[in-house]
Design a protein around this ligand. Structure first.
Ligand code: CA
Length: 397
């Protein structure tokens, strides 16, 4: 979730949760890094590799700031979905499904995990392998440790990351990812990699960075170990009676027959499945789309602990499999923007003098401030939200 939010908000798109922090004094940072380095050696990482890993390490303001901040506000589910399930990700996904058809089918057969779900997860985690993060883990992780964020946890992740290199699975220089250490096409944390990555292309290395078969099989292995049940849908959209007062929540599961008794029907009009146990989720409350979700939704949730994330993967997988858009609209009269539209919005803000940054599609605080200004000028409520209405206003529509 943090990763996905970070991509939504951009590099400076978060505010500090508890005000400004003072960067550590250089001397204390240096001695902290030295101590981390000593612990890494003690853990059995060879001196040559430790030397190479720590070479040129410097205070990384961005890594420390990211590790200490929380997203500014809860993003609306319809903005989240508009960003993750957009036309470009669908088109790219269709290309990837065709280009990697053989691999995806082989992985599906080996692990029992639906190939459209694997493609969706790949598309969201790393934009199908294109966006793996650019923090160099051996430098970012000591910064996070010395910045004070769960030092024991992130030191352990650093050691695991270097063990991956020491085992010959990936090259040190390839070890880039998020500030927190998630790396490669599946964005596994190093400890998750150590437990669950697999060598599906049988070249003797588990390489979730450069090998698509290894990455997809590793993600499938993760979901399998998280309880994925072959052949069971992750969930599906449903219609719920207006008078509904029954259970809500993915943990309150019941067989489809119980939901039928409560008046719940499938949104597309087809029959509820005869097998499986489902919980009802209503991410935007009573007025938005509702879903019955299975244990496979829970497996997706365990990949990244947010229901919105699991829903985005599930819905994207359905769309990649050729199913239609949601039947019930999200309860907003001002829909969210795709990645292309976010860039278009920034281009218009630049052209009309509201914004001096880059049109990179990442909506940070400077873009938010620019949107507010433009909204004021247009006589709209200045909430800073990148949405269709302000985009249309700036485009002169
Ligand atoms: Ca391999």
């Amino acid at each position: 979730m943090t990763r996905v939010l970070r991509r939504l908000f951009g590099a400076c798109g978060v505010v500090l949760a508890a005000g400004l922090f003072a960067p550590p004094a250089w001397a204390s940072f240096e001695s902290c890094v030295k101590a981390v380095r000593a612990d890494v050696l003690k853990a059995g990482i060879k001196p040559d590799l430790v030397d190479a890993a720590f070479k040129g390490i410097a205070f990384d303001e961005k890594a420390v700031r990211f590790s200490r901040t929380q997203p500014e506000y809860r993003i609306a589910i319809w903005d989240y979905m508009a960003f993750l399930v957009d036309a470009a990700r669908l088109a790219d996904g269709a290309k990837m499904l065709s280009a990697h058809d053989k691999t995806l089918r082989a992985v599906e057969k080996a692990y029992g995990v639906n190939r459209f779900v694997l493609a969706a997860l790949w598309g969201v985690e790393s934009d199908y392998g294109r966006e793996k993060g650019d923090f160099f883990l051996p430098h970012a992780l000591p910064n996070v440790v010395c910045g004070g964020k769960k030092p024991a946890v992130f030191k352990a992740e650093l050691i695991q990351a270097l063990r991956i290199v020491q085992a010959g699975d990936v090259k040190l220089a390839d070890l880039t990812g998020s500030w927190a250490g998630a790396f490669g096409q599946t964005q596994f944390m190093p400890s998750t990699y150590r437990r669950l990555a697999v060598d599906f292309d049988r070249d003797g290395r588990r390489d979730t960075i450069r090998s698509v078969p290894d990455a997809l099989a590793s993600a499938a292995n993760f979901l399998d170990k998280a309880g994925w049940q072959s052949g069971l849908p992750w969930g599906f959209e449903v219609k719920v009676p207006a008078s509904y007062k029954g259970p809500v929540g993915r943990s309150r599961k019941a067989p489809a027959s119980a939901w039928t008794k409560l008046g719940v029907t499938r949104a597309d009009g087809s029959a509820l499945p005869s097998s499986g146990s489902y919980g009802l989720i209503r991410p935007a409350g009573r007025s938005g789309p509702s879903f019955l979700v299975s244990r496979n939704f829970d497996a997706l949730y365990s990949y990244n602990a947010a229901e919105s994330y699991a829903l985005a993967i599930g819905h994207l997988s359905d769309r990649l499999a050729g199913k239609g858009a949601l039947k019930t609209p999200w309860p907003t009269d001002d829909p969210g923007l795709s990645r292309v539209e976010r860039k278009r919005l920034q281009e218009l803000l630049i052209r009309q003098g509201y914004y001096k940054g880059e049109a990179d599609g990442r909506i940070g605080p400077i873009t938010v401030a620019a949107i507010k200004e433009a909204q004021k000028k247009a006589g709209m409520k200045p909430n800073g939200r990148p949405s269709k209405r302000i985009l249309n206003a700036l485009a002169g529509n």
